[in-house]
Design a protein around this ligand. Sequence first.
Ligand code: AHR
Length: 512
Amino acid sequence: MIPRRLPALLITCLLLGNTASAQTTQTLIINADQGRDTISRHIYGHFAEHLGRGIYDGIFARRASGGWIPREDVVQALRAIKIPNLRWPGGCFADYYHWKDGIGPIERRPTVVNNNWGGVTEDNGVGTHEFLELTQKLGAEPFIVGNVGSGSVQEMSEWWEYINHPGASPMADLRRRNGRAEPWNVHFWGIGNESWGCGGNMRPEYYADIYKRFVSFLPAYGPVRAFRIATGPADEAYGWTEVVMREAGRLIDGLDFHRYILTGTWSKKGRATVFTEAEWAELMQKATQFDAIITRHATIMDRFDPAKRVWLIVGEWGVWHQPEPGTNPAFLYQQNTLRDAVAASVILNILNNHADRVHMANIAQTVNVLQAMILTQGDKMLRTPTYHVFELYTVHHDALLLPIILDAGHYVNGERSMPAVSATASRDAGGRIHLTMTNLDPNQQRALKVSVRGQSVTTVSGRILTAREMNAHNTFDQPEAVRPEPFTGARLDGGILTVQLPAKSVVALELR
Ligand code: AHR
């Protein structure tokens, strides 16, 4: 029971438990003199699979004269968020894909049935040349996933040679006959996808042995050597990390971990645009759990690789909802609301703060599939709220991570309780500090006093992504309904920075 004589504010705090009230000012400390790790730009990577309208009728449009060509509007939008790398051709599709079907004259390429994603037949119109021309246009590094599940060591070895051999060789000569003289020098190379599942249902011991065989046949060509990426675990499959690192760690450069979050269950997922606050909280809690899960995988990796040479790569991540009503359910087309953007920013803050081990990540999947940056409909294109988070966070690409101390109370919904605010602080090459903050509480703003230790700050400016409704989203009729706006809630007074962080918002500040 609460004694009657306690002051009103204290009673409010007791009733709210650990929840910060709007009146309480919380503290965020940036240790600007303690930076050690760089936030790799590759954490902001993307993933595009032959799935639904991702590649065909998404990134690529049909050319009147035949074949497929990258959409200029999509290319420009992705360049604007400085897309650093693109993972392709899958996903589950990768372990079905035979690369020789996708080279040479379009009219002579065989068709392929996409058994994972709706059994549709595609014409192999987007293959190695088209994909690598796309990444060149994007200014992104390609991350190619080779076929282990239904392919052979020889097939992967020849693909490597076709793409990268600089001199005379059977595959390099074939590449030249197909119109490309110079090698592409691709180095991010995945050895299968989800080999514990759609990529072959293997045990980690078996996969580790197979992995070692495949990587033994990817020779270096001068300075071009494969950055060898092994199939990693999903979610809390810590045993996979343990065995694969123990058995093959010395030949691994990156371990490809996957995690999707959703509301409900895999067989009955929640909807993208129609949801309750309880479902908001469920998704935010699952986003927040990335931290503990990554910490545990990283701790296992530390045992086998104390020098942290091997990258933990979050090769597939994102929010997975029910497909939009009226669309082909196998095409995984979903809308994207403020909720997805806030979840993405929570996860990106976590990945940034694990910059000592996490050096690459790929959100699934770029255009028209799952948590996409871009949706298209005929000639129309829109940027999703998640796109805008990626745009706000470009400031962290290759910047120095600055350690922070933050406790802004908890957001509580029913049985669920989680830290309300997450953040990333970094310093760019020009000496500017960038602070991104997410308030995942959909109801309460947070007042923060930000202290910067070790660097003096005299000006602040910023932008905010928020909306009145939790399910606010962009449509082809209103493509700009959710977009960043100037932020007026930061005040610098006598060296003290105070920030009013609105409910359900992502704020990016620049401090000079
Ligand atoms: O992104 C959709 C699918 O999710 C991918 O094909 C697969 O790797 C994962 O299970």
